[in-house]
Design a binder for this molecule. Structure first.
Ligand code: ADP
Ligand code: 5GP
Length: 208
């Protein structure tokens, strides 16, 4: 088995901006015991309503660079002109506490994280169409027209990387997409290797 060993599950969720991954992931984390969302570091400014430490760890370029140089990031990437990165230490700490970790990151970061942890579970969220994506970005009301245009251009690039993922969920109807996402998590927790690690007592009969 190649790559670093994992003492918990690592779910990596990617999607073009506006596909609905934050909506789905928030609900998933709220309703799933022992599953946490890794809070990324970013150099972008907070949007109205975003809270430092809850939505992101917001920081300037100098701080981001110093963390990067210290090797703190499992992965990092420049997305829409800003830096984003995932802390290695946080993931290790959550696994040590018996929790599974979910990353909500772009395709570049997903490729880096999957190279390190090949057993991670990659999930790609698709919007029903580019028109729907455009409507959702406008409807969200958090970005100006220029930012939305840039995100729509980047959406095509993001979707080109769908082949790097294990599961694909179409977020047309939110309830259906949520049920599908929850079932991927539930099934991933029932694999033999996960059950053996979490519940060695289930296997005691085999040594009788
Ligand atoms: P992302 O995190 O992928 O950028 P968000 O979760 O912020 O996307 O969703 C973008 C917008 O689309 C939000 O206003 C959200 O309420 C809305 N949205 C999410 N899922 C659906 C859906 N299935 N149908 C319609 N609107 C949705
Ligand atoms: P937003 O600025 O809309 O919150 O996120 C923009 C993009 O950055 C999204 O595609 C999101 O998944 C990605 N992103 C957020 N955090 C990280 C991270 O830690 N690493 C990487 N590579 N991408 C991230």
């Amino acid at each position: 088995m190649s790559g670093a060993s994992m003492s918990g599950l690592l779910f990596i969720i990617a999607a073009p901006s506006g596909a609905g991954k934050t909506t789905l992931v928030r609900r998933l984390v709220d309703r799933t015991p022992n599953l946490v969302l890794s809070i990324s570091c970013t150099t972008r400014l907070p949007r109205p309503g975003e809270v430092d430490g809850r939505d992101y760890h917001f920081m300037d370029e100098a701080r981001f660079e110093s963390l990067q140089e210290a090797g703190d990031f499992l992965e990092w990437a420049k997305v829409y002109g800003y830096h984003y990165g995932t802390s290695r230490r946080v993931i290790a700490a959550e696994w040590a506490a018996g929790r599974d970790v979910l990353l909500e990151i772009d395709w570049q970061g997903a490729a880096q994280a999957r190279a390190i942890f090949p057993q991670s579970i990659g999930i790609f969220i698709l919007p029903p169409s580019l028109e729907a994506l455009s409507e959702r970005l406008r409807g969200r009301g958090t970005d100006d027209a220029e930012v939305i245009e840039r995100r729509l251009l980047a959406a095509r690039e993001e979707i080109r990387h769908v082949d790097d993922f294990d599961y694909v969920i179409m977020n047309a109807d939110l309830e259906t997409a949520y049920a599908q996402l929850a079932s991927v998590v539930a099934a991933s927790r029932l694999t033999l290797s996960c059950q053996r690690r979490r519940h060695p007592e289930y296997f005691e009969f085999s040594s009788l």
